[in-house]
Design a protein around this ligand. Sequence first.
Ligand SMILES: Cc1ncc(COP(=O)(O)O)c(C=O)c1O
Length: 484
Amino acid sequence: MLDRPTITSPKLDTPLRRGPHKPHLLSVEDAKAMPVATMAELFKDHINPGQFHFMKLLGFHKVKVERAEGMYYFDQNGRKILDFFGGFGSLAFGHNHPRIVEARQRFQDEKRHEIAIAFLSQYAAALAKNLAVCAPGDLDMVFLGSSGSEVMEAAIKVAERASGRRNCKIVHAENSFHGKTKGVLSITDSPLYKGEFRLVDNTVKVPFGDLEALTRAVESDPDIGVVVLETVQGGAGIIEAPAEYWQGVRALCDRHKVLWVADEVQCGYGRTGRLFAFEHYGVVPDVTALAKSFGGGKAAIGAMIARREVYMKAYGTSKTAMIHAHATFGGIGEACVTAIEALNTLYDEDLIGNSEVVGAYLKDRLVALEEKYPSIIKEVRGRGLMIGLEFHDFSRTLPLALRPMVAMLDDKLKGSLSGFIGALLLRDYDILVAFTEYNRNVIRLEPPLVCTEENVDTFCDALDDLLSRGIVSIVRDFVKSQMG
Ligand SMILES: Cc1ncc(COP(=O)(O)O)c(C=O)c1O
């Protein structure tokens, strides 16, 4: 029997005169007190039954988070879970950073205004100024939105208009991920996500990091007006391109008056040891976008930042100004205040420097594990606290005795050691990690930028201990956990 809380309607002192009676609604207190089994049933009934299936495979469905602080989640059983997933890079400050929480609290206590459509917003103005100060070159015009997808939509629209081409085509990379709304889905290289949707068809795909291929594409088609690239590909499995590639992209775009959009939604905001990952290469794009950690782990906010010349070309007149002005919730008060406090904190606590130093330590320790377990770990890559740990595809090397066991598992898990390792890291070591969208053999490590070397030691010691069991035991342990 489903263990649902019993909800009773509050007694009304005065009878309602008109309008519908209040239905049986759950309260915030009901939500907080909800047993884990009810939570699971409601997720399956009303949110996404298929996704629940994957969460169950990994054992994630047993956790009800009661509290989250710094590097840790605390569950209903008082278990403390070390977060090396970091919400795909959304938690630069860890969970509930006190300074950010306090700024939000003050904003509420002072009854500040949220929606600023009619009047100007001092908070949006300050945030935009801060971004213009931090971003290199003349990247100083800002559009605020509520998600990475929304600000990337804004990025491709401003670039398309500013390119001056009537039939502007947009280049994107193989294995790209730019979001799931329809415009950016058109430049996201996933047949699964794209499915049968009717998308924008003015796109051209090139291999990531291949300057010759990009040059050929741009030189052969004068309609190409925009090039969109993640500076570090996240969903593809943490893939970087060398400095010469980025310098070549900049020069090529300048030569052909093509606009370069750098998607920094995941790799930006200090994650790689620079505010923007493109700063490692000494080049500046025409348009860029931040989201995820930009909201301090507390607010849904992202920013598109364009060079002033680009922005003015697209929307600089009174006739064009409203073509892509912010949406209802774009740059609302508390989200902006959160982002202002977060950006100040990022510098005051030198979290970008910490990302570089602790990230290098993490990479060194993982490389040592790669040398210790060469038949399990294929490669360690990335920089700062954006690290990909790729395992060998063991589906063909698995001992014969184990193959029937693995054959019973879900398709998603068959060749993927990272699924087994992720599930066992949570079950046996209280550590949370995640995978990359397109390469299921890669564990994506994007812990909060407040991560310490001690946290890295905890993670690496656990991984070492787990890998020392050997593939056969890891697979057997995982399969057994699925039977239980
Ligand atoms: C590089 C990149 N761009 C865009 C997005 C879309 O962001 P959101 O999920 O906030 O819409 C993501 C999300 O993972 C991303 O990694």
